[in-house]
Write a protein that binds this ligand. Structure first.
Ligand code: AMP
Length: 288
């Protein structure tokens, strides 16, 4: 454990729990921001919000192996801990928790989580086991830190719905705070994976959000099915982009809707393959 001005960087659960116990003794409120590192302005917005709303902010930086179902994706995931810590210190984070996989999983995690339909549709269908891995790591972090608030980005819209269900189910008793998507000027949602895009791929990627945005006006005079089709066709018409799925869903349950009146809040969730590698990009938009 060593200090950088006011920020501690810890690698073990024991060190983390010692710090947390001291904060709890002092009755300090704690915000937790789970991340996989390679931090950008999207992550920074979560951290800044937590720093504003809590006396202590714990940021975890951990590329969680159990949520990857593709070995190459895990191996190629960007890792930039030194730069991440510099950014976090500037934002006013209190603790960075950056463990090794062995520290988190000394034994394989055999727990399984199931919150249908939130974890079975969309990402749950195309990345089997993904949300189980997310619940494994996030539940461990909630147990170690016992935060008052947990901060999550709407970029991973489905992930928030799954985590809300898990937090309710296991009675973690914290507030789940959802934070708006931070975008580049051209509309592309910030993502750690964007650094893996070639210059050409980076140029075509903003077409995803452009189509989503245009579809909101389109949806006022068209059915759910027509709107879905418009988005898929517009994006697939761009060479180098291929839609994996586009679903228009009840924002709370994530169940697909067939009529705009079927849900109070409606979200469109998309995954697109970009380029030859390809890089998998996700995004979403609110209809009502
Ligand atoms: P990750 O490091 O990709 O696991 O992301 C950590 C947290 O940051 C998750 O809650 C994400 O939803 C959130 N996040 C990632 N990108 C963005 C973004 N562009 N805007 C807002 N939040 C984001």
């Amino acid at each position: 454990m060593y200090a950088r001005r006011n920020m501690e960087i810890v690698k073990t659960v024991a060190e983390l729990k010692t710090l947390v116990a001291a904060f709890k003794d002092e009755k300090k409120t704690i915000g937790l921001v789970p991340t996989m590192g390679a931090l950008h302005r999207g992550h920074a917005s979560l951290v800044s919000r937590s720093v504003k709303e809590n006396e202590v902010t714990v940021v975890s930086v951990f590329v969680n192996p159990t949520q990857f179902n593709d070995k190459n994706d895990l191996a190629n995931y960007p890792r930039t801990l030194e730069a991440d810590c510099q950014l976090l210190e500037g934002l006013g984070a209190t603790v960075v928790f950056a463990p090794t996989p062995e520290e988190i999983y000394p034994e394989p995690d055999t727990r399984s989580f199931s919150y249908p339909p939130t974890d079975t549709v969309m990402e749950g269908a195309f990345r089997p086991g993904h949300f189980n891995g997310v619940c494994q790591i996030v539940s461990k972090l909630f147990m170690y830190v016992e935060p008052d608030r947990g901060y999550f980005g709407e970029k991973d819209f489905q992930q928030i719905a799954v985590i809300r269900r898990m937090a309710e189910d296991l009675k973690f008793g914290l507030e789940i705070v959802s934070c708006p998507i931070v975008r580049e000027e051209d509309g592309l949602a910030l993502s750690s994976r964007n650094t893996l895009l070639t210059a050409d791929e980076r140029q075509i990627a903003p077409a995803i959000y452009k189509a989503l945005k245009e579809s909101v006006a389109f949806s006022k005079t068209h059915t759910v099915e027509e709107t879905k089709q418009m988005v898929v066709e517009t994006i697939n018409a761009v060479e180098g982009l291929e839609v994996q799925y586009y679903e228009i869903v009840d924002a709370k349950t994530l169940a697909s809707i067939t009529d705009w009146n079927m849900a109070e809040h409606v979200q469109g969730c998309i995954t697109v393959f970009c380029g030859k590698t390809p890089i998998r990009l996700i995004d979403n938009i609110n209809y009502k």
